[in-house]
Each structure stands twice: as structure tokens, then as C-alpha cells.
Design a protein. Structure first.
Length: 159
């Protein structure tokens, strides 16, 4: 399976970078994982609604250019569907069985995702009703992808 994570913004905290690198390393036997970092749009300190929309539109255009047309697009969105780790594992299995072996996850920046990116997604997933930094979500996502592969293979880690 090929998994791409497209993320807006850079990881600045060393502890998050170390955690992400650890799970990327652990995922090597299970999938080919690529992380694509896109720059956040610059905005004034107190942007207007129009300035936020314009920035999200520009970020969205770059995100959609980075998504392969044949890839199954899942976006992380606070208003998306909350699923369990077991359901994520089952989703991977189901997609693989149907011949869909190229998945792309998108993590937006501080202001979320454009309407165009949300509309292009096959699925919108939420990790929680709580708000997390987009940097922290990247670590949580790679850990959950790893956990999903372990669950699918019945290997120890999940329990």
C-alpha cells in the first residue's frame, strides 16, 4: 500500500519530529509512506474572514495539485466522521481488497481546509471533537496508520 500525507505547515518541535520519524520507520515493512509538507499562507495577525478564505483557497490549490488523481483522498476535519482504530484498519483492508492501494491523507493548516479540498475528499475523518495543533495531528495520524496495519495483521501492539 502507498500512503501519502499532505500537511500544511512545518513541524518545529523536536519531540514531534522524533515521534513522527519513529512511526515512519516502523511503517516501512507495511507500506510506502511519503509526507509532503506545503507552506502555510502568510496572513496578518488578525485576518478578516475574506483574508482567511483567500489563504485557504491558495493552500487548497496547492494541496489538490499534490494529490494524485487515482489516490483515495481522506481529509482530517474536526467536522468529519470519528472512527475507531479498528474501523481505520477495516477501511484499509476494504480499500486494498477493492484494488485501491494508493491513499492520501490531508492535514490542513491553522485555519483548516478550503471548501474545494473538503469537496474533493472521498472521506472526512475527525480524530476528536477537541482541537489539536496540526503538527500534533501529524504524529497522531502516523501512529494510527501504524496501529491500523498491526490490527489488520493481528500483530501485538494494539492491545
Amino acid at each position: 500500500m502507498k500512503i501519502t500525507i499532505i500537511a500544511v505547515g512545518k513541524i518545529k518541535e523536536k519531540y514531534l519530529t522524533a515521534g513522527i520519524q519513529e512511526f515512519v520507520k516502523r511503517l516501512t515493512p507495511y507500506c510506502k509512506l511519503d509526507i509532503v509538507e506545503l507552506a502555510e499562507e502568510r496572513m496578518p495577525d488578525n485576518p478578516s474572514a475574506a483574508e482567511k478564505t483567500q489563504a485557504l483557497t491558495r493552500e487548497g490549490e496547492r494541496i489538490l495539485k499534490a494529490v494524485k488523481p487515482s489516490s483515495y483522498l481522506l481529509v482530517l476535519d474536526v467536522a468529519g466522521q470519528a472512527i475507531s482504530s479498528e474501523q481505520l484498519a477495516a477501511k484499509f483492508d476494504s480499500l486494498a481488497l477493492s484494488g485501491q492501494s494508493d491513499l492520501t491523507f490531508v492535514i490542513g493548516g491553522a485555519f483548516g481546509l478550503s471548501a474545494e479540498v473538503l469537496a474533493a475528499a472521498k472521506e472526512r475523518l475527525s480524530f476528536s471533537k477537541m482541537t489539536f495543533t496540526h503538527q500534533m495531528i501529524r504524529l497522531l495520524l502516523v501512529e494510527q496508520v501504524y496501529r491500523a496495519f498491526k490490527i489488520s495483521r493481528g500483530e501485538p501492539y494494539h492491545w
